[in-house]
Design a protein around this ligand. Structure first.
Ligand SMILES: [Zn+2]
Length: 398
């Protein structure tokens, strides 16, 4: 027997995957962008009355934070992205979704979502953080630990919006470090989900159960494209986090974390997965299908584990001049961009994160087999950072 999921949801997901390039928002060339750039992308959608814009307030530095609402259905869905300024992937996907509604207003998914749901979207909740590409707000606060104190104007805006509209559903959109793995499978996590707990006992009430069904629906969609790269977060209750509290306040909330993908530093593929996953899941909610989803699909997703790094040198020999014996080691290295204090320029740095047996680890960028080659012991120090261009010097003959 063919289920509704297999016949309708699956074919919608496949269609959106294939047609993505013609429907996506144009003009996004990098995942590093400011609010001013995002507002430029939003302009054509405003001109075409795709949504209604209402100003919710301003950030600590006076940047406008707005709600973009669409549809007039009875079930309300609140979607917010980039409460951490350096987590832009889902914001790009939201632009794609707006673009889809602009270019395809008569598409069955667009029509059904508009008829049955009211979408309440806050893209880039932390525009000051986005300006600096940092996690925290301009007042150096992690907004995701400000759900109860509401010290920041941005957190107040999110709380007020939730309380004003009392949405049945919520999507809390983030990026996670790209080096997480799906359990111990040595597969990089592309997307991680969570239906957050509402208290320390982590039991299911009806609100969380509904969120788990939404997460199961989303997981079934994502499993079509990334069956080995979907993980879930453990559900430890964070008393001051937004996802946990919004769930507690009665909005069935799913956290979506955009992870990593080999060779895709802008995360455009994961942006596409967000676009398809959100659109199809919204459609499933609209037609009443997500409430039938099997919670076991969500429960069975492997946990996110931190068993990845950017670069691994395997099977090398390490011996310092003052040591009597050598050791066989793998070296795990991560890259990051930082300001070079000497030049004031952004430079690529490498940091040695782990030394030892990394057989359980996988590398996001590259793995090198040293075949017993000797490391330059003077350069191998845990947590040691150096210019990424010098990585070849770690092995004496690389
Ligand atoms: Zn985040």
């Amino acid at each position: 027997m063919t289920t509704f999921f297999q016949s309708t949801i699956q074919s919608l997901a496949t269609e959106l995957f294939k047609s993505y390039d013609s429907y996506k928002a144009s003009g996004i060339v990098s995942s590093r962008f400011t609010q001013a750039e995002m507002l430029q992308w939003l302009h054509p959608f405003i001109d075409q009355h795709v949504f209604e814009k209402s100003v919710l307030g301003t950030s600590a530095e006076g940047r406008e934070i707005a709600l973009y609402s669409m549809g007039d259905g009875s079930a309300k869905v609140l979607i917010w992205s980039q409460m951490h300024g350096d987590e832009p992937t889902a914001t790009m996907a939201l632009m794609d979704i707006f673009s889809f509604f602009t270019k395809n207003p008569e598409h069955i998914a667009a029509k059904t979502i508009r008829e049955k749901l009211t979408l309440l979207v806050i893209p880039m909740l932390n525009p000051d953080g986005a300006e600096r590409f940092t996690r925290r707000t301009a007042q150096m606060i992690d907004m995701n630990r400000d759900a109860l104190a509401l010290a920041t104007p941005e957190a107040k805006i999110l709380k007020n919006t939730r309380d004003t509209y009392q949405p049945e559903y919520g999507f809390n959109l983030h990026d996670q470090e790209p080096r997480y793995t799906v359990g111990t499978t040595q597969k990089i996590t592309a997307v991680a989900l969570l239906a957050p707990a509402t208290d320390v006992s982590r039991g299911d009430n009806s609100v969380r159960l509904r969120a788990k069904r939404v997460a199961s629906t989303l997981a079934q969609v994502l499993n079509l494209f990334i069956p080995e790269n979907l993980a879930k977060w453990d559900d430890t209750f964070y008393s001051t986090a937004f996802g946990d509290n919004i769930q507690k306040w009665g909005t069935s909330t799913v956290l979506i974390e955009s992870g990593g993908w080999r060779g895709d530093s802008n995360k455009f593929f994961i942006r596409k997965l967000n676009y398809i996953g959100l659109l199809v899941t919204l459609y499933a909610i609209a037609v009443g299908e997500s409430s039938k989803a099997d919670v076991a699909v969500y429960e069975k997703i492997p946990f996110n584990m931190k068993l990845g790094c950017d670069y691994i040198i395997r099977n090398a020999v390490l011996k310092a001049s003052n040591q009597t014996v050598s050791v066989r080691v793998d070296i795990g290295i991560n890259f990051d961009k930082r300001i070079n204090v000497l030049t004031g320029q952004m430079d690529d740095y490498a940091t040695i994160m782990e030394i030892g047996d990394l057989s359980a680890f996988t590398a996001l960028e590259k793995e090198v087999n040293a075949n017993g080659g000797e490391l330059d012991a003077d350069l191998i120090k845990i947590d040691h950072s150096f210019s990424a261009g010098k990585i070849e010097l770690l092995l004496k003959r690389m």
